[in-house]
Write a protein that binds this ligand. Structure first.
Ligand SMILES: Nc1ncnc2c1ncn2[C@@H]1O[C@H](COP(=O)(O)OP(=O)(O)OP(=O)(O)O)[C@@H](O)[C@H]1O
Length: 277
């Protein structure tokens, strides 16, 4: 397998205009269980405005469940979730809908509608949440297609006519359909070759810079963690056991983090200026 091009390591989250970074998602003392099976218990997490937060954890630890809980798709047993300073439990249906408009979600494997073209897929959320003329729908969908680096002729293709990398870009274009402030990405580079994955990371970083997006990215991709993420949060033992830049992960004594970032695969990919002691 090819190594991905190595670039600068994680950066601190940026506050716009020199202000203190603001938590756009604040999770406190979260408990989620399915029957007797407790997935999260006492989980705290802040996602800061304008950062790319990489969320890691062993398989089956609850990364997707946490994402779905924040999105309001899974019920929690205890704890609070604030998004943009509002407690999501206190929102009425209109408030909930207003909030949903500020999220963009890219599920694993893209989750595009297979019978619809790329353009029609992007227009699904636009039709659901916005009242736009056919001309504007067309123009906006084409703009999103351009934004994610797809050629205009991808617009009229269905997912089965696209490569894996193009599907990821199309799914990202759909996640950006409503000009969200936060995007949730579930393993965005899985299944891409190293060059495609590096290009996708570049795209996310560019969108973050140009649109001021906050990105919550569940990933197993060490290169994405090293290159694209400002901070990393690690899930183990039903809670977030460490959060911070790569150096925080490397300094942790937690056995899972030691195994994850200290293993041979991780060390081989570590940026030259970062070494585990
Ligand atoms: N609707 C559900 N009902 C019951 N159990 C569920 C449900 N959704 C998820 N789980 C369980 O919750 C646990 C966490 O699942 P989740 O998909 O969040 O893991 P993950 O950390 O995202 O894993 P992976 O890295 O493999 O994608 C798993 O044991 C899963 O079986």
């Amino acid at each position: 397998m090819l190594d991905r091009p190595s670039q600068a390591g994680p950066r601190e989250p940026q506050a716009s205009g020199g202000e203190e970074p603001e938590a756009v998602i604040r999770v406190r003392d979260l408990k989620v269980a399915f029957g007797d099976k407790v997935i999260m218990d006492g989980l705290d997490l802040d996602v800061m405005r304008g950062e790319i937060l990489g969320f890691v954890g062993g398989s089956g630890q609850g990364k997707s469940v946490l994402t779905r809980t924040i999105l309001g798709l899974v019920r929690k047993q205890r704890g609070s979730i604030e998004v943009f300073g509002e407690n999501v439990d206190k929102l009425d249906p209109r408030g909930r809908r207003r909030l949903e408009r500020r999220f963009g979600v890219m599920f694993q494997q893209g989750a595009l509608f297979s019978a619809l073209t790329v353009k029609q897929n992007i227009q699904v959320p636009m039709r659901e949440y916005l009242q736009l003329s056919p001309g504007l729908l067309e123009e906006l969908a084409m703009l999103k297609i351009e934004m994610v680096g797809l050629k205009p002729d991808a617009a009229d293709k269905t997912p089965s006519e696209l490569s894996g990398g193009m599907i990821k870009r199309a799914a990202l274009a759909r996640a950006l359909a409503l000009d969200p402030e936060i995007v949730f990405l579930d393993e965005p580079t899985s299944g891409l070759d190293p060059i495609g994955a590096a290009e996708f990371d570049e795209l996310i970083m560019t969108l973050k810079q140009t649109l001021g997006l906050t990105v919550f990215m569940v990933t197993h991709d060490l290169d994405s963690l090293y290159v694209a993420c400002d901070r990393i949060a690690a899930l183990a033992d039903k809670r977030v056991i460490a959060v911070g830049p790569l150096a925080t992960m490397l300094a942790s004594d937690h056995p899972w983090l030691k195994a994850y970032f200290g293993g041979e695969r991780a060390r081989a990919r570590l940026p030259a200026d970062q070494t585990r002691t």
